[in-house]
Design a protein. Structure first.
Length: 233
């Protein structure tokens, strides 16, 4: 392992209070970055020499929960803790992943290849902290992003997708609305070289609609991006 993040769960596991493993002595750590030194013949996701992320949860892609779109409940996560070493007095050291160790042995479903210039200490946060925080905000708290990617246009106007209102508007340099359109779902918007605006749905259906310079619909793909209101001011 080259870097391992610290999580409050590690603190609780260190005290034998919750999670896997529950038995002391133990090796904690469950969000790390490292280099694969050996991969078994059945491993296809990573190979020797790969820089990988070892997150708090595996993803086997074939169990009930993974196929249901809930890899956070992957059945490999519930595999019993195992002894990985013994102390001088013969006491077994029990661990789950144990990323605080210099070397670890894990299933291939627990390693994900990385292609990033970011340092290992930063990427370890993807293993638990960032994903937990984002998941809590969007999946539990249902936080909505008020604005999408805002484009500054060559004429100085600004194209603004307002996700909360399912609305796209173009503003002039004085801040006045040139045109606006309201949709049935949250959308993203991009200005095309023709001066038209391509609006794509953020829903899984991934519909799209093209608006002319006046904000009027001139092309559409799938009904989930149907314009409910559009006018020029």
């Amino acid at each position: 392992m080259t870097a391992s993040a610290y999580c409050y769960t590690d603190c609780l596991n260190q005290r034998g209070m919750r999670g896997l493993p529950r038995t002391l002595p133990t090796i904690v750590g469950h969000a790390a970055v490292g280099i694969v030194e050996h991969a078994g013949p059945a491993i296809t996701r990573v190979r020797e020499g790969n820089r990988v992320l070892v997150p708090g949860t595996p993803e086997c892609e074939v169990c009930f929960w993974c196929r249901k779109g809930r890899p956070d409940q992957c059945e490999h996560l519930l595999a019993p803790a195992r002894p990985v070493a013994h102390r001088a007095d013969g006491t077994p050291v029990i661990t789950g992943i144990g990323t605080y160790a210099e070397l670890i042995t894990i299933r291939g479903t627990w390693a994900f290849p990385l292609d990033s210039a970011l340092p290992d200490t930063t990427l370890t946060l993807l293993g638990c902290g960032i994903t937990t925080g984002v998941g809590a905000a969007f999946n539990v708290g249902q936080v909505q992003i008020l604005f999408g990617s805002i484009d500054v246009l060559p004429n100085g106007h600004v194209l603004v997708p307002e996700n909360l209102n399912n609305r796209v508007a173009e503003y002039n340099p004085e801040g006045r609305v040139v045109w606006e359109a309201t949709f049935e779902a949250p959308v993203a918007a991009t200005r095309l070289p023709t001066g038209h605006t391509l609006v794509t749905s953020m829903n899984p259906q991934r519909g799209a609609v093209e608006l002319d310079r006046a904000g009027k619909e001139c092309w559409q793909y799938r009904a989930d991006t149907r314009v409910t209101r559009a006018f020029r001011r």
